[in-house]
Design a protein around this ligand. Structure first.
Ligand code: NAP
Length: 297
């Protein structure tokens, strides 16, 4: 089974859009997302453009701030402070990576935790770790778990999950979410021994590595659910650029019970979950119930 992230993201955006209409008509609230881009990194420009478009499409206010590459850390922190204090802004996202002269962790720490829709602030990662309610959870990991549930149903309890990758953005938070779902979770990384054998024990395998097609079909337990987070640009034999995941899709699809394609799997879920977090932040800030029952925290 191909786990269709594009269709799932579309359904999620439709639900968010309906919830935004209700917030507007019943509570006179229009959620707003501010995205700050420092510099001209081409990939970041594409991401920011897509975020702004999809934010507007679900009926939210989209605020975009483009700052020069030479912007100082002090100037960026002043912008974050201004957005923290702007009641029309419910969510703040500072597009990463930042130029080398800016300390990313200082910028993330400056974002008000309640507006940290990327979920990278230590307050939010701490709440996720503690299993406390009210955390804003990183977007890509949320998308991974939603797609796993798409294939396996709501109850993931007792499943063996192996997560390859331990980044703060994907690996660690996805492992925490799977643990919250009562999976038995193993986190693998570049020093892990016998990775193929370990992967073979996984009912749910999440690959978040950044190495094109590293996970081979022979590493996968028959019937497993494979969530491929990797986005790698490679050159095809004809010299054309194409995107592949961290999993060898062709081989894995022969063995897995369900698998996310690249592109069209985890990727589209990330922005949909960002909008979900912005909606959750707007609800929290205005003391309105969050409209989705299965909120992560
Ligand atoms: P990252 O920060 O570079 O982390 C990669 C992780 O993979 C590290 O923990 C690293 O281990 C581990 N690793 C590297 N080589 C390995 C190997 N040979 N065997 C086992 N583990 C290995 O990357 P990231 O930010 O988590 O992103 C991972 C991938 O997901 C990238 O392709 C990225 O483009 C993609 N991504 C996609 C989305 C989306 O929206 N779909 C969002 C974010 C990221 P060590 O810690 O030991 O170095």
């Amino acid at each position: 089974m191909i786990i269709d992230g594009k269709a799932t993201a579309e359904q999620l955006r439709a639900k968010i859009s309906a919830a935004v209409s209700i917030l507007k008509t019943q509570h006179d609230i229009q959620p707003g997302l501010a995205v700050v881009l420092v510099g001209e990194d081409p990939a970041s420009q594409v991401y920011v453009r897509n975020k702004a478009r999809q934010t507007a499409e679900v009926g939210m206010n989209s605020f975009e701030f483009r700052m020069l590459r030479e912007t100082s850390q002090k100037e960026l922190l002043a912008k974050v402070d201004q957005l923290n204090n702007d009641p029309a802004v419910n969510g703040i996202l500072v597009q990463l990576p930042l130029p080398d002269h800016i300390d990313e962790s200082a910028v993330i720490a400056a974002i008000a935790p309640g507006k940290d829709v990327d979920g990278f602030h230590a307050m939010n990662s701490g709440k996720l770790m503690n299993g406390e309610s009210g955390a804003l959870v990183p977007c890509t990991p949320q998308g991974c778990v939603m797609l796993a549930k798409q294939h396996l149903g709501e109850n993931l309890s007792g499943k063996n999950a192996v997560v390859i990758g331990r980044s703060n953005i994907v690996g660690k938070p996805v492992a925490m979410l799977l643990l919250q779902e009562s999976c038995t979770v193993t986190i693998a990384h570049s020093r892990t021994k016998n990775l193929p054998e370990l992967c073979k024990t996984a009912d749910i395998l999440v690959a978040a590595v950044g190495r094109p097609e590293m996970v081979e079909g022979s590493w996968i337990k028959p019937g497993a659910t494979v969530i491929d987070v990797g986005i790698n640009r490679i050159e095809s034999e004809e010299g054309k650029a194409r995107l592949v995941g961290d999993v060898n899709y062709r081989e894995a699809a022969e063995v897995a019970g369900g698998i996310t394609p690249v592109p069209g799997g985890v990727g589209p879920m990330t922005i949909a979950c960002l909008l979900r977090n912005t909606l959750a932040a707007a609800c929290q800030q205005n003391d309105v119930d969050f409209p989705f029952p299965n909120s992560f925290g």
